[in-house]
Write a protein that binds this ligand. Structure first.
Ligand code: HEC
Length: 268
């Protein structure tokens, strides 16, 4: 029994990611990038609410100029602590096309909380034309779509450098330590003080990158916390059930001798 409990505790510790920090993963291009500690990793993981709010701010003020986030609606922001009034105000800052009206014409109106996040470009061609031929991908599930997930995204956002002297950088491309092939068509999107945080947190490059990465992790999996809560409940349930069955088994077999005779009711 003791072994059983120890095993269960060890399994939980491993699952909660206690051993994860300090190691490195390799991206698709074979480049190593550091593995970070994230509050939402492991089975007891939770999103850091203030980080999510700050990350939403970074996305809305910076990334949304080039990247869509098409699977989210503005009202989803209420799940991470924005009030109804705040969401209304955020949505109203973007224009959407609607219609046709009674005259049959399409028209633009400010976005409403029920609208999906407005995309910065009408279509892929327009996006490429504005970005030197490169296409800024939708960020809704980017965390899941890239090997290394959050660690890769954070490394990428903080990985812009001057190219080494012998490196041939194509026109309009940027050198990035972690992008496969090191040439990326995205200009460094973040720098210190790219945003002014509403909660007074100092907006360093590292901080902004961690915050927006946390936000994108939530965007890719808003149900993560509920899923983990359910997982923990299931584990506790199975643990209790196993213990009860074990005790029951002990009781039943206690009375039975190896030769099959019943000790408590010996034959007369
Ligand atoms: C000026 C436009 C612009 C802004 C602003 C911008 N990006 Fe990008 N981003 C791009 C382009 C263009 C690409 C495609 C690059 C390529 O394929 O070479 C890209 C690619 C990416 C990728 C995919 C990298 C990969 O592995 O394929 C991620 C992730 C990303 N951007 C995140 C962000 C985040 C987060 C922000 C906000 C902090 C941001 N971007 C802001 C233009 C932009």
């Amino acid at each position: 029994m003791r072994k059983l409990i120890f095993g269960a505790v060890a399994a939980m510790a491993i699952a909660s990611g206690g051993f994860a920090s300090g190691t490195a993963l390799a991206s698709e291009g074979g480049v190593d990038f550091p593995q970070e500690n994230w509050s939402f990793k492991g089975i007891f993981g939770k999103f850091d609410r203030p980080a999510l709010r700050r990350g939403a701010q970074v996305y809305l003020e910076v990334c949304s100029n080039c990247h869509s986030l098409s699977l989210l609606s503005y009202r989803n922001l209420e799940q991470i602590g924005f009030s109804k009034a705040e969401v209304k105000k955020i949505a109203a800052g973007f224009d959407v096309q609607d219609g046709p009206n009674d005259e049959g014409d399409m028209y633009t109106r400010p976005a409403r909380p029920s609208d999906k996040f407005v995309a910065p470009f009408a279509n892929e061609k327009a996006a490429r034309a504005a970005n030197n031929g490169a296409f800024p991908p939708d960020l809704s599930v980017i965390v899941k779509a890239r090997k290394g997930g959050v660690d890769y995204i954070h490394a990428l956002l903080t990985g812009f450098r001057d190219p080494p002297a012998d490196f041939k950088l194509k026109d309009g491309m940027q050198y990035n330590l972690y992008f496969p092939g090191h040439q990326i068509g995205m200009p460094p999107p973040l720098d210190a003080d790219s945003v002014e945080y509403a909660d007074g947190t100092k907006a360093t490059l590292e901080q902004e990158s961690r915050d927006v990465t946390t936000f994108l992790a939530w965007a890719a999996e808003p149900e993560l916390e509920a899923r983990k809560r359910l997982g923990i409940k299931v584990m506790i349930y199975l643990f209790v059930l196993t213990s009860m069955l074990y005790v029951l088994k002990k009781r039943i077999w206690k009375r039975v001798c190896l030769d099959g005779s019943d000790q408590e009711n010996p034959p007369a």
